[in-house]
Design a protein around this ligand. Structure first.
Ligand code: SF4
Length: 224
């Protein structure tokens, strides 16, 4: 690449004009579509693997089915499905029966409802809370002043164990609900089944981190 790194987030062209959407389109000097054709070919080889082929196909079918009025053209399509519904539909497409639900203790009420929804759709739901195992944070090297409430016993979040519990139960598809930054990363490293995220944790913004971006020119301007 003429530029050291890919930087699609700063692409200056309108969607329809971009090289990644239009083979005759435009490309800035940090464009991976123009400069990384060998890597693109390598990625396509991955989709030939059995465990990727059907998954990728069904994910893209699910994507398209998330819109109504597709016959009216791109400018007219309307989104129709919540993520909760899309996860269920995708899992049905993949013929999964057993779902894992890895959730945060702070979202236990939400987890109960989510588990009931997926159970009601015929899935086996194996759910596991972040504090599972009940081991104190001192085991991972935290001092008292690094706890949420110093001088009190405080169970560590154990996303590695969350993943192990789901692995042992042979879940086919794992749903993450409200895991903390970093804990989610560890869960993803250890989980054997493919994972999707129903919601990420944002304690301030009601688990909708993009609310800060939608208000970036007003209340959250200090983030810029
Ligand atoms: S792939 Fe190229 S054209 Fe597409 S967004 Fe990235 S830089 Fe822009």
């Amino acid at each position: 690449m003429t530029h050291e790194f890919s930087d699609c987030a700063r692409c200056p062209f309108a969607i329809a004009e971009r090289l990644c959407r239009n083979p005759n389109g435009k490309a800035p000097d940090f464009c991976p579509t123009r400069d990384l054709s060998q890597l693109t070919k390598s990625s396509l080889k991955i989709y030939e693997k059995v465990e990727y082929a059907e998954f990728a196909k069904q994910a893209s079918i699910q994507e398209a089915e998330g819109y109504a009025d597709r016959d009216l053209g791109y400018a007219q399509v309307r989104p129709t499905k919540t993520r909760i519904e899309e996860i269920a539909e995708f899992a049905q497409k993949m013929k999964y029966r057993r779902l894992g639900l890895a959730f945060c203790i702070g979202l236990r009420r939400e987890a109960k409802i989510v588990a009931e929804i997926y159970s009601g759709k015929g899935f086996d739901v194996v759910s596991v809370i972040c504090k599972t195992g009940c081991r104190d944070k001192e085991l991972i090297g935290l001092s008292e002043d690094q706890k949420i409430v110093p001088q009190e016993p405080e169970a560590m979040c154990n996303p590695v164990l969350q993943a192990m519990v789901l692995n042992q139960s042979q879940t086919e598809f794992n749903i993450m609900l409200g895991l903390c930054v970093g804990h989610d990363s560890l869960f993803l490293k250890e989980a054997e089944a493919p994972c999707t995220v129903l919601a990420v944790k944002d304690r301030v913004l009601g688990h909708n981190p993009l609310a800060a971006i939608y208000n970036i020119d007003s209340y959250y301007r200090s983030l810029k």
